[in-house]
Design a protein around this ligand. Structure first.
Ligand SMILES: [Zn+2]
Length: 407
């Protein structure tokens, strides 16, 4: 099966995950794709094919060389984002994109336009896979699955390419932040791995945010406003003071690249009580710690002023994988060189978020992220240039080849 047909087959299977579920997988329908991929893996002749009760699928492409080659892994995820429907996905191929508007849905006047998404213009002349405007496409991350499966098929069909043992792994629930939760790193047994879960062709990512959440609760004192002098303590005004003590420029809407932030995500309250939620993000560990300290100091100062009416709960969420990946620099170098050798210009950039690879890196499996090729993830304007899809699969083959060659 060619990679495009394979991707489209996966894209048609609804695998949306659900944040409100406490089960793993969060939705049973993710098994529909998992079973399909399991079947393909068996038909292809991969070994150790195992799909567990939590919907984690692993398989092995055995080594075809006597050399001692490190075991490599490639990972992607089954689920699609809860942000947009993944039901009845109806992919369509736009041949040789002409640089103009693409009408996704005539009846509903939904148009994919380079005015809104200038990245489209990087792909003029290419064949693009787009949606019908009513769902997401699910290239995040079914492109990754198609790339990995196609690369395994290619290596099986080309025994002249020497490679070591390769492990592949597919997880549920990445989009709701739980993809690494039940990933059995020991069972996977790779020395290092790559998630095929980035976006634009060339992307290679091994730096992500350090992340924490902060929950603040303020107890006010409510009395009749007509008789409130020297008695009322308004929790909402204290909430304002907390917010005002944090630097106003360090917000998502004012930052990019390596700039961190405090992001106010919720503010609820009455005179009597108020709750504030922030997330704190920074690539730099020192600055990350300093941000948490600033929050603690701000709350402490206001507790002094208002007689201990404020509680703060800080929780670390995930850390920058750079400290785990950089000591194993060859992990990045192989991906970098593999891209160059298949004619892709590597583009190393920091992730302004987290990845499952970051969590796996801290679980003992260094795991940078490589492009899967799709753009505009999580929405109806998602699209996948076919040349990017093919190149990502070639990168996988080339990494396997380079690692074996230099072992
Ligand atoms: Zn993804």
């Amino acid at each position: 099966m060619n990679i495009v047909d394979r991707f489209i087959k996966y894209a048609r299977i609804d695998t949306q995950s659900d944040e409100s579920s406490t089960q793993t997988p969060s939705t049973q329908k993710q098994f529909n794709l998992a079973k399909e991929v399991e079947k393909e893996a068996l038909e292809m002749g991969l070994t150790d094919v195992s799909l567990d009760n939590n919907c984690y699928l692993m398989a092995t492409l055995p080594a075809n060389t006597q050399k001692q080659v490190p075991v490599l892994g490639f990972i992607s995820h089954f689920d699609t984002s809860p942000d947009m429907s993944g039901e009845n996905v109806n992919p369509r191929i736009v041949k040789e994109y002409d640089g103009k508007n693409i009408v996704l849905n005539e009846a509903r006047n939904i148009v994919l336009s380079p005015d809104d998404f200038p990245e489209l213009l990087h792909h003029v002349g290419e064949d693009l896979i787009v949606t019908d405007g009513t769902t997401l496409l699910g290239a995040d991350d079914k492109a990754g699955i198609a790339e990995i499966m196609t690369a395994m098929q290619y290596l099986m069909d080309h025994p002249e390419i020497e490679h070591g043992k390769i492990r592949i792994g597919f997880t549920p629930d990445e989009e709701i932040g739980r993809g690494a939760d039940k990933f059995d790193v020991a069972k996977f047994g790779a020395e290092w791995a790559y998630t095929m879960d980035g976006s634009e062709i060339g992307e290679l990512e091994y730096e992500n945010f350090n992340a924490a959440s902060a929950k603040i609760e303020i107890q006010g004192r409510n009395v009749h406003p007509g008789y409130a002098k020297n008695k009322m303590i308004n929790a909402l005004h204290i909430a304002n003071e907390v917010i005002a003590l944090l630097p106003g420029n360090d917000r998502p809407e004012h930052t990019e690249g390596y700039e961190g932030f405090f992001h106010l995500i919720a503010l609820n309250g009455t005179v009597d009580e108020a709750k504030i939620s922030f997330i704190i993000r920074d690539h730099d560990k020192g600055k990350f710690e300093a941000r948490k300290l600033l929050m603690e100091k701000s709350v402490a100062a206001l507790n002094e002023k208002y007689d201990n009416r404020i509680t703060l709960e800080l929780k670390d969420q995930y850390y920058n994988m750079r400290e785990k990946v950089e000591p194993a620099k060859h992990v990045i170098d192989y991906a970098f060189r593999a891209m160059e050798e298949v004619g892709v210009k590597p583009n190393i950039k920091p992730i302004r978020g987290g990845t499952d690879g970051a969590r796996l890196s801290f679980m003992g499996l260094p795991c940078p992220n490589i492009f899967a090729g799709g753009l505009n993830f999580h929405g109806r304007y998602e699209f996948l240039p076919i040349p990017s899809l093919k190149k990502a699969s070639e990168v996988i083959v080339k990494i396997a080849e380079l690692v074996a060659k230099e072992a």
